[in-house]
Design a protein around this ligand. Structure first.
Ligand code: PGA
Length: 271
């Protein structure tokens, strides 16, 4: 974590929680967290629960995001959700290229790149996920895999970044949902590599400003050491975000960067 980048923690609820369960979880998180947080916090419920959760975040500092979207604004794409629809229900963020989308639903680099560009054009902040499998790591392919995901995922993105934000998430696939977290040093090595690639693929000015989250078995007891690394700026949290107690404990363990916040509440969402 670097003092000039506000940490960002996003909760990826995946395909969990009915509408009433989502609302109860969001309410419990906001009441346990209270009015201040050292990090920007984003809840990403399943599509059908975004609006209800968003309403219950109206007076809170938490923001709302989606877990995926299509790149077109409207049209004959049965079963898909457009960026325009997400904006209409006040989403600020959208997770794109999650490894589960890539591996289980066959999403290609090109498809993900189209979504990243569409998100930026519609005023949504993409959280672009990258990461290697255990086999790729063992074969020393981590950097080549990630560099291809970045190069293809960020094609033609630079011109769209004027006054717009993008977040990267490094999620080693072997650490997702396994309880096997990367060591802070292992994660830092890849985060530093991602930042160096961002300088090449985007430009030298953007690279130090872009926040790079770590994801994969992040919990309340490892968040602080992960964030102690200079290029780790937050976390994408699955399992530990499904219960208010564990998620708020994690949020409260985010170190307070004294030079960024002087106890000021973050901006509330639009609801
Ligand atoms: P996990 O999931 O925290 O349960 O490992 C992270 C993710 O898939 O984004």
């Amino acid at each position: 974590m670097n003092m000039s980048r506000k940490p960002i923690i996003a909760a990826n609820w995946k395909m969990n929680k009915t509408r009433s369960e989502s609302v109860s979880l969001a309410s419990a998180i906001t009441s346990l967290l209270g009015p201040y947080s050292a990090a920007e916090v984003v809840l990403c419920p399943p599509f059908v629960n975004i609006e209800s959760v968003g309403r219950c975040l109206s007076d809170s500092i938490l923001k709302i995001g989606a877990q995926n979207m299509h790149f077109d604004s409207a049209g004959a794409f049965t079963g898909e959700i457009s960026p325009k629809m997400l904006k209409d229900i006040h989403c600020s963020y959208v997770i794109l290229g999650h490894s589960e989308r890539r591996s289980l639903f066959g999403e290609s680099h090109h498809f993900i790149n189209q979504k990243v560009k569409a998100a930026l054009c519609h005023g949504l902040i993409p959280i672009l996920c990258v990461g290697e499998t255990i086999t790729e790591r063992e074969n020393n392919q981590t950097f080549s895999v990630i560099s291809e995901q970045l190069e293809k995922g960020l094609q033609e993105v630079l011109p769209l970044l004027q006054n717009r934000d993008i977040v990267l998430a490094y999620e080693p696939i072997w650490a997702i949902g396994t309880g096997k977290v990367a060591t802070p040093e292992e994660a830092q090595e890849v985060h530093a590599f991602i930042r160096s690639q961002l300088a090449l693929l985007l430009n030298q000015d953007y690279a130090p400003k872009i926040r790079i989250q770590y994801g994969g078995s992040v919990k309340s007891d490892n968040i602080a050491t992960l964030l102690s690394q200079p290029d780790i700026d937050g976390a994408l949290v699955g399992g530990a975000s499904l219960e208010a107690d564990s998620f708020v404990r994690l949020l409260k363990n985010v170190p307070i960067p004294a030079t960024v916040f002087s106890g000021e509440p973050l901006r509330p969402t639009l609801f």
